[in-house]
Design a protein around this ligand. Structure first.
Ligand code: GLU
Length: 489
């Protein structure tokens, strides 16, 4: 193992967003490439918004995606515990040190006082920051505030006239002036450390060397650097990865479709395809290759090729990638992926007999070239589960023209005869029967295939006709051929 140690530190406050998964992935890829350590810890100090359910959801999604972690929640390690609410003693020790060294102080200002000050500053056109009211309180003042029952926060004393430089692997050096920050709260009045403080204590005590996270945390980084400096701790390298935007260049949100990893899992996307897609959100490999196995991603990944500009979430690209991964599935793996969707649509029973399993396996295999993810199967199989054929609306004229063709009737009658004489249907036997129709009618190609396809499916295009006929079965096909005139009305 190298000394590189990276981490993913989600707040368990809701569904696991694809942006979070992408941050986890970049850390994971880097750790695996550099043979470093990938750590996962849970940042749950926001008690009101954190939930156990969300934590479980995040861990399950990481496991589903195949991002295993070497240290952290559930797996343990030397620097635990790995859930922030279980680390309060550790934070308290560090705060006590800062207080003892005069680098932090108690602040008794009430929210109303702070709000009033803020309004005053804004009215003057100033950027609001803490005015330092409590930074040199006398013993008497402190006593008075205590008697009034005020519950203090703890603020870091931020030195003036310092420049904090964030050395960012993605953005280069980004400078912030300490004068713009003001003494900020590190422990809230209920005793809970704030994110900026806990994250520094954790990253330091856990030996994190590289912090790769979402761009929205760049503005928090100067505060974190101020804390590192106050404690005399070395500062890790940072990498702030860009936002993920929808195709309309607006921040990715529910309006753009599914945003959580779980939704993609439920829609029948494959974990490796999603990983491949997420890796390309912001990272561009050298060369033209777009499909990568996990191992190839690990080999090729580097922070040098992570872009500063926002990444655009292109669902068509995800579908294309997933389609390519689905090609590698065996027919029975494909059935596993599609079956829940067929069941949800009411097309498949909750348990399958062996015979039904064979039939559904063939159904999935028949339409596999037409679907990019599991749930999509539902829109391609309706024709197998309906009593009456209906002509596809958008091609109605073409479909009617096929059936109105002089030869159509001859073909359908001939095919009806051949089919009636057959015992068991299989794609090969169906193929032979259609050949026999060609011979008998002296017609070829689309003059034979199209009337049969239209009569049986109501569609101009679709999966392999021999398979369709086999799946529909003799009785259904004969019935549809007999009732073909209904389609003309
Ligand atoms: N808990 C933070 C979040 O979920 C992560 C912050 C960080 O990576 O430093 O946004």
């Amino acid at each position: 193992m190298s000394t590189m140690k990276v981490r993913f530190a989600p707040s368990p406050t809701g569904p696991f967003h694809i942006g979070g998964a992408r941050s986890a992935l970049f850390n994971w890829l880097l750790a695996r490439k550099e043979q470093g350590t990938f750590l996962v810890r849970i940042e749950d100090t926001d008690l009101a918004r954190s939930s156990k359910e969300s934590e479980e959801n995040i861990k399950a999604a990481l496991r589903w995606l195949g991002m295993d972690w070497d240290e952290g929640i559930d797996v343990g390690g030397d620097a635990g515990p790995y859930r922030q609410t279980e680390r309060l003693d550790i934070y308290k020790n560090v705060v006590d040190r800062l207080l003892a060294e005069g680098k932090a102080y108690y602040c008794y200002c009430t929210q109303e006082e702070l709000d009033a000050e803020r309004t005053k500053q804004m009215n003057k056109g100033e950027t609001p920051k803490y005015n330092g009211h409590c930074h040199q309180l006398t013993e008497e003042q402190i006593e008075t505030y205590k008697k009034e029952g005020r519950k203090p926060t703890i603020r870091l004393r931020v030195p003036l006239n310092e420049t904090y430089v964030v050395e960012d692997m993605v953005r280069g050096n980004v400078s912030f002036e300490s004068n713009g920050i003001g003494d900020f709260v590190i422990v809230k009045s209920d005793g809970m450390p704030v994110y900026n403080f806990a994250v520094v204590v954790d990253d330091h005590t856990m030996g994190i060397t590289h912090v790769i996270r979402a761009e929205e945390h760049l503005s928090n980084t100067p505060r974190q650097i101020a804390i590192y400096k106050a404690l005399g701790w070395s500062i890790p390298k940072f990498g702030h990865i860009s936002l993920i935007l929808g195709k309309d260049y607006k921040k990715m949100s529910k309006r753009h479709g599914a945003t959580s990893v779980d939704q993609y899992r439920q829609l029948g996307y494959l974990p490796d395809a999603l990983i491949n897609f997420l890796a390309l959100l912001g990272w561009s490999p050298e060369g033209e290759q777009e499909l990568f196995t996990k191992d190839e991603l690990i080999q090729a990944f580097s922070m040098d090729h992570v872009a500063k500009n926002p990444a655009v979430f292109d669902i068509d690209k995800l579908n294309w990638i997933n389609f390519n991964y689905m090609k590698k599935l065996t027919n029975s793996e494909l059935l596993e992926l599609c079956l829940p969707h067929l069941q949800q649509a009411g097309y498949a029973p909750s348990t399958l007999t062996e015979e039904q399993r064979d039939w559904f396996t063939m159904l999935c295999a028949t339409v596999r070239d037409h679907i990019s993810f599991g749930a999509q199967i539902v829109e391609h199989v309706a024709l197998f589960f309906t009593n009456t054929v209906t002509l596809e609306k958008e091609h109605k004229d073409e479909l009617l023209a096929v059936l109105a063709e002089e030869s159509a009737n001859t073909v359908l009658t001939s095919f009806h005869d051949k089919l009636s004489a057959m015992e068991i249907l299989s794609p090969d036997e169906v193929k032979a029967a259609i050949k026999a129709v060609m011979k008998e009618t002296k017609l070829k190609g689309k003059f034979v295939f199209m009337p049969i396809r239209v009569a049986l499916t109501g569609q101009m295009h679709g999966p392999d006709l021999n398979n369709i006929i086999t799946l529909l079965g003799k009785d259904t096909c004969l019935n549809r051929l007999t009732h073909v005139s209904d389609l003309l009305n």
